[in-house]
Design a protein around this ligand. Structure first.
Ligand SMILES: [Zn+2]
Length: 469
């Protein structure tokens, strides 16, 4: 228990440290394909109603991909309802690669889909898109839940000649092959913890699909209850035990009883959901990236290609920058370099954030303007808005709370947005509401138990201060 007269660090500073730790641990090392030759690929940016696609695919393939994404999005809306639909998504598609996809979500709220060598794999496109839809219902799902649902929904990619498609139908061939080889025990599946696709996770992925199919078809009401508990932030294993006491991890032989049910369910034919239909005619615009953009934004570009002003991590998650603006440290970054980056990448929010972080302490008005510009050029992104809310938390707390709320709508998993909102509410001395936001941070970081202790310490210190100003 912190004592009332011992000084506590400002909430924002402490929360900034929590966020910086989170950003570091959330990094997913992407396995990017190497360039096969020294030839520079042509990079294009395509924009449609709901997607921004950056790719080195050939023009016709890129155009087909963004139209496929729009169609799959419309089918997902038909199949899952309009709650929790992503407003706009960024997709990076590498022409080369081993046929993998990852749906990335960073702690500040950044989200993007990364595809390698999958121009024609619409099932994988639907799978990654389904992750983005699900992330808006259950912000930080257990791995089996995320993978099972995304695979379940990915059968929407098989569109019939009549233009219809169903969730719960056939998916990739390897899924059925894995199941024929044998199921992963439910006890192991419930403890499965992975992010991103790894070859060795195929058995877990396949059994997750089977488990989701089983629960949706045989225990629909309970499955909806489980989803509700997870959406409210309950710890996944406690939510499971409360929803399915007969298969609880605490009960002797609990999950093993479900193993036997799944084994017989696996032999039954697929029962797809009622077919849905969608038609789209998206407006697509395309432009070729400049050499500076391609060199700065393609993480595979060799150093030799990069102009001096190209920052190595402009597509990053702003961990250092948020520390800087939330702790009012004097920047030590090169201002000239930041301005040169911005000249090369005027539409990149990362370049505006880099400028904000490089401006000297006396240029607060310019810093605020640069952060607002980062939000303007990325209005669909939760992370830049969470960044603005963090910056404003002590200066303009009412506006900061509004911006953080908007960031949470866009990216419900954004630890950074909850940190910013807690800080703004603390500045306004709305302590109970601030405490509720701290509680949410601990729920979102359920994979890291020490976050519960850290946020609990912070909450107690804060409420002490509120009682005893
Ligand atoms: Zn997945």
């Amino acid at each position: 228990m912190p004592s009332a007269n011992r000084p506590i660090p400002s909430l924002l500073r402490a929360a900034g440290l929590i966020l910086a730790a989170a950003a570091a641990s959330a990094c997913v090392p992407a396995l990017l394909p190497e360039y096969g030759s020294r030839l520079r690929p042509v990079w294009r940016q395509l924009d449609s109603d709901h997607f921004r696609l950056a790719t080195d695919l050939a023009e016709a393939d890129a155009e087909r991909m963004i139209r496929d994404l729009e169609l799959l999005r419309a089918l997902l809306v038909e199949a899952t309802g309009t709650r929790g639909v992503p407003e706009r998504l960024e997709v990076i598609a590498y022409a080369a690669g081993d046929g993998t996809g990852v749906h990335h979500r960073a702690d500040l709220g950044r989200e993007w889909i990364e595809l390698s060598g999958v121009a024609d794999d619409r099932v994988l496109l639907a799978h990654e898109l389904a992750h983005a839809f699900e992330a808006r219902t259950v912000a930080v799902p257990a791995t089996w839940y995320a993978e099972g649902n995304a695979t379940y929904l990915s059968s929407l990619a098989h569109v019939s000649e009549a233009g219809t498609a169903s969730a719960g139908g056939p998916v990739h061939g390897w899924v059925a092959r894995e199941l024929r080889r044998g199921l992963v025990p439910v006890r192991a599946l419930l403890g499965w913890n992975a992010s991103g696709f790894r070859e060795r996770d195929r058995p877990q992925s396949a059994t997750s699909w089977l488990l989701v199919r089983f629960l949706r078809s045989e225990r629909r009401a309970a499955f909806d209850e489980l989803r509700g508990r997870l959406a409210r932030g309950e710890h996944p294993q406690r939510a499971w035990d409360a929803t399915f006491p007969e298969w609880s991890l605490a009960a002797k032989g609990g999950p093993e009883r479900l193993d036997r049910l799944l084994e017989s369910f696996a032999l039954e034919p697929l029962r797809p959901e009622p077919a849905v239909r969608a038609e789209v005619s998206p407006r697509v615009t395309a432009r070729v990236w400049t050499e500076a953009e391609a060199a700065a934004l393609d993480p595979r570009a060799p150093e030799a290609w990069k102009p001096a002003e190209a920052a190595p991590h402009l597509r990053g998650t702003f961990g250092d920058e948020i520390q800087l603006v939330s702790t009012s440290r004097e920047p030590d970054r090169g201002l000239a370099r930041a301005r040169a980056q911005l000249a090369a990448l005027p539409e990149d929010p990362g370049a505006w954030i880099a400028l904000a972080a490089a401006l000297p302490a006396w240029a607060e008005a310019d810093r605020e303007a640069a952060i607002r510009k980062a939000v303007d050029v990325s209005s669909w992104r939760g992370d830049t808005r969470a960044f603005l809310a963090t910056y404003l938390a002590r200066r303009k707390p009412e506006e900061a709370a509004r911006e953080a709320t908007r960031a949470i709508e866009l990216a419900p998993w954004s630890v950074g947005a909850y940190v910013a909102r807690a800080s703004a509410l603390w500045t306004l001395r709305r302590c109970d509401e601030a405490a509720a936001n701290l509680e949410r941070i601990a729920q979102l970081r359920w994979r890291v138990p020490r976050f519960r202790t850290a946020t609990e310490d912070l909450r107690q210190a804060m409420q002490q201060r509120c009682r005893d100003p």
